[in-house]
Design a protein around this ligand. Sequence first.
Ligand code: SF4
Length: 204
Amino acid sequence: MNEPTYPLLSVARLRMGTDGEGVTSLVAGAGCPLRCRWCINARMLREAPAERVTAPELLERVRADDLYYRATGGGVTFGGGESLLHAGFISRFRELCPPEWKVRAETSLAVPPELLEEALTSVDGFIVDCKDMDPELYRRYTGGDAALMQRNLKRLLEAAGPERVTVRVPLIPEFNTPEDRERSAERLRAMGVTRLDLFEYVKR
Ligand code: SF4
């Protein structure tokens, strides 16, 4: 078979409590459909000639922490960039990695619905950065369409159930206010989100 490849930017090992439960390796990949104003990876996403790895190659790199993943309920978290652009690769990695590992994806959900459908079968936990639920704020900050993100989130909650979905709601300097963020949180609760993480972007 033709192995799918992944545009690898970095692997950050032994992370705790930031990319889902347990000890995780955060695997960052290139490519993102959004253009967020304060994106900390913008230059890297645009310029870095990412190394391409196959799923067996990535598995060998992250296997060193196997015992930690198993002991803590952790595993591998795909981030970026936009991880779900690589849903086919993640499915292949899930086929190969030990079933005890948790495979998670950090995503903006600003992706074609068919990529989300593919990820539903291989990703144990989704960590969604929704930016803001207000369409105009969202457009100004990301250049993207909030309606796409919201449709995907609705589908994700229906198909995966709220316990597999954490939604992060940021306070974004110069773009939204604590009141905007609370309005977003209210809309998310009304959609059925139970795992909400309210936080603040730090502008660098
Ligand atoms: S979604 Fe993330 S990676 Fe993409 S532009 Fe926004 S902050 Fe950057």
